[in-house]
Ligand binder design. Structure first.
Ligand SMILES: [Zn+2]
Length: 445
């Protein structure tokens, strides 16, 4: 058999076996067709000597909500080595009928969960503070059932954004996933800061009662105010008890969300023990400034979709959390008009660097970005063995680092040589192929 591509002489990282061995990797028709020391004939040879060859990174938590915009978020993730990303998190995101026609040819493999807040809006609930009626809940249930039948990856809640969501409303929706293979519920929990452990308790209870997998989203931004490792201990305790729980984290001590959301309702300064000066406006006319009482009032009233970066979490807790063996790296990347938080462009190289600094080997660090999230999302990937999808990142272990900053949010990382999606070279030394290599993913099970 003639290969389409042979990646020659790189150190193949196997996050499952925990090995890093010089091996050639052959690709044919979008799949890994050869792994070994020989050099079978190939139409294209990529010289990876001195570089690492890793499975493509899998981002189980990002946002792709601005469907009418040109889409810098996909490209920012792709340039970091992300080959599969899951949108529709924190209760937001489009429904299948909205994204399927507009995302026919994504730049990477792209999947969506169905957001609870979107279901609420679709049945006419515009007030984020109002619990749904029984009739509205029934209509949301019908909508979600249809989404799941058409291939949605699951259900996401953003309980902090819809803070009075009732247990009945949650139960009616979550229960639809019981027994449904390969689907899960992701939750941005109800509270950040001092009450976050109540939020963790609430979602463990949902997973336990409905026997479903539940992913605690961006656990760092909810709990790294002195509670992060206790939250992780609670999750691990529930797992030891047979509850199916997972969690993810992004490698920054600042979070980012919309100024108009309930997160910034009065009381946030006390909750985080920080002031307006710790809040940085990331988009719009105040971009780059620290918040003042005037800009807070103006933005809340007139630009509620403006993104705010809140420099409020504890860095040491974030680092400790990332290094926990159960913690998946996920970006929570979100942009508004192409502006936002550097996590959209820097998460994976930055997290890998933090894990290396914590003493993990390359295969151990890479596991947090590949085989672990693949297992969390029941994805066919995360390891380069014969028959696996040819989703591959070739990077320079010496120079890999993030360059995105709060001032230069979309600066691509350094050290990524090639990114391959379904066997096609999608990025060659920082240049994205003009032909999108991705596709939409749907769950068919
Ligand atoms: Zn969230």
């Amino acid at each position: 058999m003639r290969l389409d591509t042979l990646i020659e002489g790189g150190a193949l990282i196997d996050p499952v076996a925990g090995t890093e061995l010089v091996m050639n990797v052959g690709i044919a028709t979008g799949r890994v067709a050869y792994v070994g020391a020989d050099a079978p004939d190939a139409a294209r040879v990529i010289d990876a000597r001195g570089l690492c060859v890793s499975p493509g990174f899998i981002d189980t938590h990002m946002h792709d909500e601005e469907l009418d915009e040109p889409d810098p978020i996909q490209n920012s993730l792709l340039l970091q080595g992300v080959t599969t990303a899951i949108a529709g998190n924190c209760g937001t995101g489009p429904l299948i009928d909205e994204y399927a026609p507009r995302r026919r040819t994504p730049w990477l493999k792209l999947a969506y969960q169905t957001g609870h807040t979107v279901l609420r809006r679709t049945v006419g609930i515009d007030d984020i503070y109002r619990p749904a009626t029984a009739a509205e809940t029934g209509r949301m249930r019908d909508l979600l059932r249809a989404e799941l039948a058409r291939g949605s990856f699951g259900l996401s809640f953003g309980l902090e954004y819809a803070p009075n969501t009732s247990p009945q409303e949650i139960d009616a929706l979550a229960s639809l996933l019981t027994g449904l293979p390969e689907r899960w519920v992701s939750v941005h929990i109800r509270y950040d800061g001092p009450r976050c452990l109540d939020g963790i308790r609430e979602v463990i209870d949902i997973a336990r009662r409905f026997k479903l997998r539940l992913q605690v989203s961006h656990i760092g931004s909810m709990t790294a105010f002195g509670y992060c490792m206790e939250a992780v201990r609670m999750i691990e305790g529930a797992k030891a008890d047979g509850v199916d729980m997972t969690f993810d984290c992004y490698p920054y001590d600042a979070f980012c969300t919309f100024i108009g959301s309930a997160v910034f309702d009065p009381g946030f300064e006390q909750r985080w023990n920080k002031g307006l000066v710790d809040l940085e406006v990331a988009t719009g006319k105040y971009k780059g400034t620290r918040m003042t009482p005037e800009s807070y009032t103006d933005l809340r009233a007139n630009d509620p979709m403006a993104l705010i970066i809140a420099h409020v979490m504890n860095d040491s807790e974030i680092r400790q959390c990332l290094a926990h063996p159960s913690c998946a790296i996920a970006s929570d990347g979100i942009l508004h008009g192409g502006e936002g938080h550097p996590r959209a462009a820097g998460t994976f190289p930055r997290a890998l660097r933090i894990l290396r600094e914590a003493g993990l080997s390359w295969p151990e660090a890479i596991r947090h970005a590949t085989s672990l999230p693949a297992r969390m999302a029941w994805l066919d990937g995360g390891r380069l063995v014969e028959g696996a999808p040819a989703d591959i990142v070739v990077f320079d272990p010496a120079s890999l680092r993030d360059r995105a900053t709060f001032a230069d949010q979309l600066a691509p990382p350094e050290g990524i040589a090639w990114v391959i999606v379904d066997g096609m070279v999608a990025v060659d030394h920082g240049t994205i192929s003009p032909k999108p290599a991705g596709r939409l993913l749907f769950k068919t099970a």
